[in-house]
Design a protein around this ligand. Structure first.
Ligand code: GUN
Length: 282
């Protein structure tokens, strides 16, 4: 029986610490600010953004969402980013992804001032991460690492397997695990014999976006399993990339979905915004 890694509880604990940091800044007359840019009306994005707004309010971060219709042109979004870069009341700028078709995320992400890039998606921050030079870390990967640390999982010298090579999760998580001295294998949709890789993993990160992709027989007994997947099933329930019922008896520690990585992503975004406020305002 695996130990359950309770992301909801860890995130709540982190928020308490962040509230205290916000109060410290407030005493100096500083309110950290996060600007969110939301384009189009994707339902999942609207839910994410609403949750971010609520979480910001709960710790004392000022937040404002700039909403644009799906048919907005690049020029208008660039102008909005330029205005937010210059606006001193915002320490962080988050461009909610995915964008509607026809818009170029790369061009817009590159336009965000690197010091306000709380998502860590700017090429400068991503490059620093790849080179081990610090910089801002994407929130979901940072949340995965924090969960491993809090669960007391040893990383140095261990075999880590990451499934999925996305810019949001897979790639940066592999880099963070490597920086923490794990031996990392990055698997993806073209990987042959996925199970042969996953069975060697002391640490398994599932971030493919495929419900139930990882089953119990693909897991090394005692492994730490972090499930990043959030898949909505036809009946409306949420389900991870890991088949929990077969994985849980084999793994040593495992995150549930929901209540695992999800709450951590938002907690790490709050942390990144407060970090940015402290860095920018001395
Ligand atoms: N869409 C889904 N997750 C994220 C995230 O962490 N950041 C941004 N900007 N968009 C997302």
């Amino acid at each position: 029986m695996a130990r359950l890694i309770d992301g909801k509880a860890v995130a709540a604990e982190l928020r308490e610490g962040l509230k205290a940091r916000c109060a410290g800044l407030a005493a100096r007359g500083i309110t950290p600010g996060l600007a969110v840019i939301l384009v189009g009306d994707d339902l999942a994005s609207r839910i994410y953004v609403r949750n971010k707004e609520r979480a910001c309010a709960s710790v004392g971060i000022h937040t404002r969402t700039f909403r644009f219709p799906a048919e907005t042109e690049m020029g208008a979004l660039k102008a909005q980013i330029d205005a937010l870069n210059a606006d001193d009341s915002f320490d962080g700028i988050l461009l909610q992804l995915p964008l509607p078709q026809g818009l170029c995320a790369d061009e817009l992400l590159e336009r965000i001032a690197p010091e306000k890039d709380v998502d860590g998606f700017h090429p400068l921050n991503f490059g620093k991460l790849a080179l081990g030079l610090g910089g801002k870390t994407p929130c979901t990967p940072a949340g995965c690492m924090e969960l491993l640390r809090r669960a007391g999982v040893e990383i140095a010298g261990k075999e880590a397997v990451v499934i999925g090579r996305s810019r949001l999760v897979g790639k940066p998580t592999a880099l963070l695990l490597q920086a923490a001295d794990a031996t990392v294998t990055l698997c993806h949709s073209h990987t042959r014999d996925l199970a042969a890789h996953t069975r060697r993993a002391d640490i398994l990160i599932a971030a493919a976006g495929k419900a139930g992709l990882v089953t119990g027989e693909m897991i090394k007994p005692g492994a730490a399993v972090i499930d990043v997947g959030i898949n909505r099933m036809p009946d409306g329930t949420l389900c991870g990339d890991v088949e929990f019922s077969s994985a849980e008896p084999v793994a040593g520690a495992i995150t549930p979905v929901p209540g695992g990585v999800g709450p951590m992503t938002i907690a790490m975004l709050l942390k990144a915004t407060i970090d940015a406020a402290e860095e920018r305002r001395g």
